[in-house]
Design a protein around this ligand. Structure first.
Ligand SMILES: Nc1ncnc2c1ncn2[C@@H]1O[C@H](COP(=O)(O)OP(=O)(O)OP(=O)(O)O)[C@@H](O)[C@H]1O
Length: 991
């Protein structure tokens, strides 16, 4: 991973002088360098780049997997990973609360979080987990189609609040989810601001020639009232097919998808209906009535009557009342809004069915992702802004509760002393809105319930009366000097994020949100099955439905309170989104706009609170892991017992004093200290990287070496196998008198034995030596590789027994083993000869034709001749590097000639084997050849004489050395000599 240099500070907590200017300066600096993410402790501040950044790919995800937030550059993936880690490691539910104004990047952030969570599963290809991941991601396309629209602030603005719970199994893999939707901006269905579009669904439906447009006579080039001046685009038709494939992926039945698009068409057509009055005052419905009833699946008569008037239950009687033109118009719009709003909620319910945790599947832990509208302050603020801003007050309250409370609890838990920080608690504003009996919602509900029709203005008067004296509420009536407030229209709430003036107009209607029963009945009578299903209350008896449903504000308050309750039980993470400009363009920074958002999101305050007590807190183990290299007492390892002790020692060594030691965490007061630690660390890192690289390269080399060794072992085993096969084929040919013997069918048995012995010897020789072509075996006088000599001998002789090497140290071979051992160690002390590798008794033949019993000792560097009884060194050791050649016989004779060109005498030795074995030659050659190779880097020369004769140099003269002919009479001495010919008698050389 390449770590890029940081720009500014990656965590606002590290700012030296905290002011709003400094805060914005750092945010801007980072934005200019495409560093759109910065932390306030664990809160992520994200600035919308309005351009595609290459920071979201799989390789970026990998950088955040399992890493602590402070270890890696700030990123929304780090938040997602932290969420998942808390869930997996502590089994705790977590949530991410994403806030910011329209276009600040909330929905994008939530999608990145979902993407990360979906990718970060423990099992990559478990079928239903893959399905869940797919469904969670696809559900976004449907929600965006039906709930998003182009506004002047955001081309793809979510016009509803969304909270999504994702369920995880015990391993931490997603197994399902649930979406809650809040307050769709349904007024958009029938009224658009200039330059804005209606919900995407309408344009998508009209963008192609499809079954629905055909069936309901819709036309992509026609102008429809509810679509405003905006036309469909090529993008819409692309998204139309995407939406349909998402429906398919979520398992929506084709009939249901038909129903959904029919309702969308029906709403477009409702927008086209017109009303006029006949001369007799009769209301006439015009426009595409037929197409409209077709799309909604209702009868024409029912539609006409529902739009033309209404039936009321009064005193047990049913009274019908005709609509005026104005009422009819209002009813049509109400019907369109209600039908679309209900459709949206119903679609969310269907999605929930598709993603619910299957029964029997444990989906015990949750991550909640809240993507909800930010604070809104417009020219004219109405009921919707009132609800949205109330929602933000609730979330701010939650933030205060969780963040500040947690902070204080942590200090208490850790035994840290601190002075509480003053902060503005917005509970008072929440209460202004929601308090029972006294709050604005209660006052509105009371007005709505009043049997006499209360106007908006009367509502305002009632509010003024009840709320006068409240610090956060005012109106022109209450502060006549404030000319900005319109008399009888405006009231102002001082929100935690600033003053907002609301116009009371429409509050009563919007809060009642009543849909006449006739319309509910109409929709329930539809033969579009899904539409019928959406309006169950339209099926109840009109006489029984006089009870008013709860008002819109009350419903909203309940859903907010349920939301907050749910969030309270979870460990929260915050993403605060900031919009850098209103033009939706990259690289543009509108200082005023940013300043405003920083203010109302309370970000600087957030940093202050975070730093009030301590700028940073870290668990001892984590702190140690990050900074242990800064002190010789802790690097590479601390010798004490606890991490806390280690951190204390480390900080004492660094003379850092502005800290407090909690039970499990270290609390650092000033940001400067963290800076200092970070800088010192950054300075040391390059040398540590070099060290790690060195170690790692060594590991790789050792691994490669092991592999090579393993390959060689396999190769040798195979070679042995082939030769065993060859020998056994020879043996079986011999016993059956075929094959080799076939060429000499009459060969006597002695010849056969000689033959097989010859083959056996050649085989032994072969094993000693590097393989040579069979046709060159008669020239068995070769240079061999030391390693292969060692290995080949070992593979043959070593298979039967272990090489003991230092035989003299073995009591069974040498009854004076202990004398030998002490002689050896004093020898080792006096003569730098190294470790004993091989020793045995030998018969030595010298230049005076004398035979002597000696002991031979081969060490890591030299060949020594020792006295046979005292094991004292007899002559100067001969360095192994001076060995010229080693000569042996291909037979079993234990005769070895070690030629030393620098001396006038070769070593002519008959080795004395232990009782239980017949050969030491192989082992001696193995040891000598191997050491020779190690010391000189070249191969030892080993000559194997195939015949019965070899040679040696004694007293500077060449002498022949032979084995006796078989018919020779046995002699008692291992060596005899006559006429410069030395004879070695193997039989007499036994121990
Ligand atoms: N991280 C990002 N990288 C690139 N572009 C982004 C990023 N975040 C947001 N955008 C761009 O900004 C646009 C608006 O973002 P988004 O829809 O997430 O805002 P929002 O805060 O959810 O707004 P609203 O409240 O209106 O729904 C996106 O369509 C996208 O083009």
């Amino acid at each position: 991973m390449t770590t890029q240099p940081e720009v500014g500070v990656p965590d606002f907590v590290l700012l030296d002088n905290l002011t709003t200017d400094k805060f914005i300066e750092n945010l801007h600096l980072r934005f200019q360098h495409n560093k759109i993410y910065t932390y306030i402790g664990e809160v992520l501040v994200s600035v919308n780049p309005y351009k595609t950044l290459d920071i979201y790919g799989a390789q970026h995800m990998a950088q955040y997997r399992g890493r602590e937030m402070f270890e890696v550059a700030p990123h929304v993936y780090a938040v997602a990973d932290a969420c998942q880690r808390v869930l997996r490691q502590q089994g705790r539910d977590t949530c991410v609360l994403i806030s910011g104004e329209s276009g600040a990047g909330k929905t994008e952030a939530s999608k990145f979080i979902m993407k990360y969570i979906a990718a970060n599963t423990t099992q990559v290809h478990r079928e239903y987990i893959d399905r869940v991941k797919n469904v969670l991601i696809q559900s976004n396309s449907i929600l965006e189609t039906f709930g998003n629209a182009k506004t002047n602030r955001n081309d793809n603005s979510s016009r509803f609040g969304k909270y999504m719970d994702i369920n995880f199994d015990y391993k931490g893999d997603p197994v399902g989810g649930h979406i809650s939707n809040y307050l769709l901006e349904k007024s958009r269905v029938v009224g658009l601001q200039p330059g804005e579009r209606n919900f995407h669904a309408f344009y998508q439906l009209l963008s192609t020639n499809n079954a629905y447009t055909k069936k309901f006579g819709l036309n992509s080039s026609a102008v429809y009232k509810i679509l405003g001046n905006e036309r469909t685009t090529a993008q819409d038709s692309k998204l139309y097919s995407l939406t349909n494939s998402a429906f398919n992926a979520l398992g929506f039945a084709p009939a249901v998808v038909d129903d959904i698009w029919s309702i969308v068409a029906g709403v477009i057509l409702l927008g086209e209906l017109t009303f006029s009055e006949t001369g007799e005052g009769q209301l006439v419905v015009g426009g595409p009535v037929r197409a409209c009833v077709n799309a909604l699946g209702v009868s024409e008569a029912a539609l006409r009557s529902a739009l033309g008037g209404r039936v009321l239950a009064a005193g047990g009687e049913l009274v019908s009342k005709d609509h005026s033109l104005v009422d009819a118009h209002y009813t049509r719009l109400a019907l369109a809004k209600a039908a679309y709003d209900r459709l949206f909620t119903w679609i969310v319910q269907q999605i929930n069915k598709a993603i619910e945790v299957p029964s029997g599947q444990w989906g015990g832990t949750l991550i909640g992702v809240l993507d909800i509208y930010g604070f809104e302050i417009f020219e004219t603020n109405s009921f919707e802004q009132f609800c949205i801003n109330y929602c933000n007050e609730k979330l701010q309250q939650l933030f205060i509760e969780l963040v500040l409370k947690q902070e204080q609890e942590e200090y208490a838990r850790e035994g840290i002393q601190w002075t509480p920080v003053a902060y503005f608690n917005n509970r008072i504003i929440c209460e202004l809105v929601e308090a029972p009996h006294q709050g604005i919602i209660a006052i509105m509900d009371e007005a709505c319930l009043n049997p006499t029709k209360i106007s908006d203005q009367q509502l305002l008067e009632a509010m003024d009366k009840r709320l006068s004296g409240h610090k956060h509420y005012t109106s022109r009536q209450l502060t006549p000097i404030d000319k900005k407030l319109k008399h009888g229209v405006d009231f102002r709430i001082t929100h935690y994020a600033g003053d907002v003036t609301y116009a009371i107009t429409g509050f009563m209607d919007k809060n009642k949100d009543s849909l006449w029963q006739d319309l509910k009945r109409l929709l329930h009578s539809s033969d579009v099955a899904s539409l019928r299903d959406m309006w169950p209350e339209g099926g109840t008896n009109i006489q029984k439905t006089s009870k008013r449903p709860p008002s819109a504000a009350t419903l909203f308050r309940s859903s907010m309170s349920a939301l907050v309750q749910g969030l309270q039980t979870k460990e929260p993470f915050y993403v605060r989104c900031i919009k850098p400009n209103s033009l939706q363009t990259p690289n543009t920074w509108d200082e005023q706009l940013v300043r405003h958002q920083v203010a109302y999101l309370g970000l600087v305050e957030n940093v202050r609170v975070r730093r009030a007590g301590f700028a940073s807190r870290q668990r001892y183990d984590r702190f140690l892991k990050r900074y242990k290299m800064l002190s010789q007492y802790t690097w590479p390892n601390f010798r004490g017992t606890s991490d806390r002790d280690a951190v204390m020692v480390l900080l004492r060594d660094l003379q850092v004093t502005d800290v407090q030691f909690g039970h499990t965490k270290l609390f650092i007061r000033s940001a400067k200290t963290i800076h200092g630690l970070e800088a010192a660390r950054a300075e040391l890192i390059p040398s540590i990287v070099v060290l790690l690289q060195k170690l790692w390269r060594g590991t790789i080399a050792r691994r490669r070496y092991k592999k090579m060794k393993a390959a060689l072992t396999i190769y040798n085993a195979w070679k042995r196998y082939k030769f065993r096969q060859y020998i056994s084929s020879l043996q079986s040919e011999l016993t059956r008198g075929r094959g080799v013997m076939k060429s000499w069918p009459s060969a006597p048995r002695g010849v056969a034995v000689a033959l097989i012995q010859g083959a056996y010897r050649r085989w032994r020789a072969y094993l000693v030596l590097k393989p040579v072509p069979r046709d060159q075996w008669h020239q068995l006088k070769l240079k061999i590789s030391a390693a292969s000599a060692l290995k080949s001998r070992r593979s043959h002789w070593g298979a039967a027994r272990l090489w003991k090497g230092d035989y003299l140290a073995d009591q069974t071979y040498n009854d004076k083993a202990s004398v030998y051992r002490s002689a050896l160690s004093s020898l080792q002390r006096s003569q730098n000869i190294g470790k004993a590798l091989f020793s045995c008794r030998v018969h030595k033949f010298n230049r005076h034709n004398k035979l002597a019993e000696r002991c031979l000792l081969v060490t890591t560097s030299a060949i020594c001749k020792l006295d046979a009884n005292t094991f004292k060194l007899l002559k100067k050791p001969t360095p192994i590097t001076e060995v010229g050649a080693i000569r042996v016989m291909s037979s079993e004779a234990q005769l070895v000639v070690v030629s030393v060109p620098s001396a006038r005498n070769d070593l002519v030795l008959g080795l004395v084997c232990p009782h239980d074995q017949t050969d030491l030659v192989g082992e001696l050659i193995g040891v000598l050849a191997n050491r020779y190779h190690m010391l000189t880097g070249s191969e030892a020369i080993v000559e194997v004489e195939s015949g019965a004769t070899t040679r040696c140099t004694l007293g500077g003269k060449h002498r022949a050395l032979q084995l006796p002919a078989s018919e020779h009479a046995p002699v008692q001495t291992p060596f005899t000599h006559a006429h410069n010919v030395i004879t070695y008698h193997p039989a007499s050389a036994r121990a």
